[in-house]
Design a protein around this ligand. Sequence first.
Ligand code: IMP
Length: 183
Amino acid sequence: MPHRPYVIDKLISAKTIAARIEDLAREIETSYAGCERLIVVGLLRGSFVFIADLVREIDMNIEVDFLEASSYGDSTESSKEVRILKDLRGKIGGKDVLLVEDIVDTGFTLKHVTALLESRKPRQLKTIALLDKPSRREVDIKANWTGFEIPDEFVVGYGIDFAQRNRNLPFIGKVRFTDEDPC
Ligand code: IMP
């Protein structure tokens, strides 16, 4: 449970997210044109809403798989140590793969997971992140596609949590700590 009371200020509306996903889907279709099948790998748990909306916009033969990496736990600070908690079910060797991440923050997670998937020799591996916080980057990495660049704020909603809360918000909001009880 979060230790301090907080309120959520809306940052990106559901409508804005949906419009951006349509554009991203067209770019992805163009980039993978001619591929027989696209393996879309969702990084759990934060990408589950994004991946659900994204795959329904992409007009291609798609397979979905999931990978779970360690996250922030109950904190708002990255641990920098990335552990794989759940591996893919399928093999990706020789296949066309798109890795879907919720947020690129320090970049440790994307870097680690990309290296892991590359070691399995996919035909091609590209990456997409719904959100990017470039000012927080500690390792040199950027997703091939980014939904929105955001400032250094802790965000929730649209699948993204704070200590497992607020994943079900339909929009992206930023967490603002308050000493007052929001209720
Ligand atoms: P990185 O390894 O520091 O780039 O962190 C990436 C992961 O940290 C993301 O996949 C999220 O799970 C988590 N994360 C980073 N920023 C936030 C945030 O603002 N809210 C919730 N989770 C976040």
